[in-house]
Design a protein around this ligand. Structure first.
Ligand SMILES: Cc1ncc(COP(=O)(O)O)c(C=O)c1O
Length: 395
């Protein structure tokens, strides 16, 4: 880690393992030829395993927001009643997309830092007129919080059995346990630049049988994001429009690395580095932002303490090779966020905490040198045990 090769601790884009970077330099291939068809086949099969689904998975060339837009435009008609469960910036974005396309959106909003607890959803659905869809955020990147999607989906299934469950899992899927089929989710959206360790540019969606059926009667216009066109092309191992071939090649390599590490080890590594991050920040006298019962294992948000000017503080971090994210919207200047997803290792996090410690001391904060790194390491080892090998992550 230095100024030229920073420790990129933002919640996406995440840093690329070397084999994924190298794959980005490969020559193009014919996207209508057998080599691409084989590549797409491998990618979709591996994605299905990580989504934990036997449903179709579709890869679109777009930012994650494009995936959310595809989830809306393919399954709804103008005037459809939609319940948007929003716990932050990204939940609000999902709701706004639905509103933009003419859905009749009811919001279930909670204070930033709090979770969408199942009881709240139960209240919102009890006695309510039927909803066509319910929008959920799995991991709210703006506040560092993971919603209890399994429990929320169970409430939705019980009280709104006909509603489609559309889930933004962009910043969580691939890093923490997630069950598309077992939780009964209809559309699940993720993005390449998060846990998947590839550049931005692809969004991947799992689409249930119920969702495909709903598309037949949904009347919001769509063309580029028409999922039925993607499904028809996928039968020939293609996409309807030219795919981002280079990123697909990188995703193929990244998924192979992930398969080799194994889902259970990936989840354990993310939990360990998240615990280390939280312990390190607490030892540095920062207050964590989210409800502790719902702490995210992919991004941690902490309050900017009273009297600390965030701009020069983050500039000093950057000067030492650590890049973290600030707050978004109303939380700008009030919180900062550390991303710990994708190829992240315990060493990356210990280095990050070390820089935070150094800069905290330089800014006269009440910190004792060495204590935060020690606290972070202890927290990680409490997850990993001290006898097993410390997971290296993908490099
Ligand atoms: C939870 C969540 N939803 C949606 C998005 C939007 O993704 P993109 O910036 O790729 O459009 C992000 C990106 O950070 C996210 O974290």
């Amino acid at each position: 880690m230095n100024r030229f090769e920073p420790n990129l601790r933002i919640p996406g884009p995440t840093s690329l393992p070397s084999p994924v970077r190298d794959a980005g330099a490969r020559q193009m291939i014919n996207h209508r030829g057998p080599e691409y068809a084989a590549l797409q086949g491998r990618v979709l099969a591996r994605l299905r395993a990580f989504f934990r689904t036997s449903n179709d998975v579709v890869v679109l060339t777009a930012a994650g927001t494009g995936g959310l837009e595809a989830a809306i435009v393919n399954h709804l008609s103008p005037g459809d009643r939609v319940l948007a469960v929003s716990v932050g910036t990204f939940g609000e974005r999902f709701a706004r997309i639905a509103t933009t396309y003419g859905a009749d959106v009811t919001r279930l909003t909670v204070t930033p830092g709090a979770a969408a607890e199942p009881g709240l959803l139960r209240e919102a659905l009890t006695g309510a007129e039927a909803f066509r869809a319910i929008l959920l955020t799995h991991n709210e990147t703006s506040t560092g919080l993971t919603n209890p999607v399994a429990e929320l989906a169970a409430v939705a299934r019980e009280l709104a059995p006909d509603a489609l469950l559309l889930v933004d899992a962009i910043s969580g899927l691939g890093a923490v346990p997630f069950e598309t089929d077992a939780w009964g989710l209809d559309v699940v959206v993720t993005g390449s630049q998060k846990s998947w360790m590839v550049p931005p540019g692809l969004t991947m969606l799992a689409v249930s049988g119920r969702a495909w059926k709903a598309q037949e009667t949904a009347t919001i216009p769509r063309f580029y994001f028409d999922l039925a066109a993607h499904r028809a092309s996928a039968e020939k191992g293609q996409t309807p429009w030219t795919p981002a071939v280079g990123i697909m090649i990188q995703l193929d390599v990244a998924l192979e690395l992930m398969e080799r590490e194994g889902a259970a080890a990936i989840f354990e590594r993310h939990h360990a580095v998240a615990e280390a991050t939280r312990a390190g920040l607490l030892a540095l006298d920062f207050e964590l932002f989210a409800d502790p019962r719902f702490f995210s294992d992919t991004v941690t948000a902490a309050r900017v303490p009273e009297g600390l000017d965030w701009k020069p503080f983050s500039a000093a971090l950057r000067e030492r090779g650590l890049v973290v994210a600030g707050g978004q919207g109303a939380l700008t200047g009030r919180i900062f966020r550390i991303g710990h997803l994708g190829s992240v290792t315990l060493a990356d996090i210990l280095a990050a905490i070390g820089v935070l410690e150094e800069v905290s001391l330089a800014f006269g904060r009440p910190v004792e040198a060495g204590t935060a790194v020690a606290a972070a390491q202890r927290a990680a080892l409490a997850v990993l045990g001290t006898t097993g090998p410390v997971p290296a992550g993908a490099r």
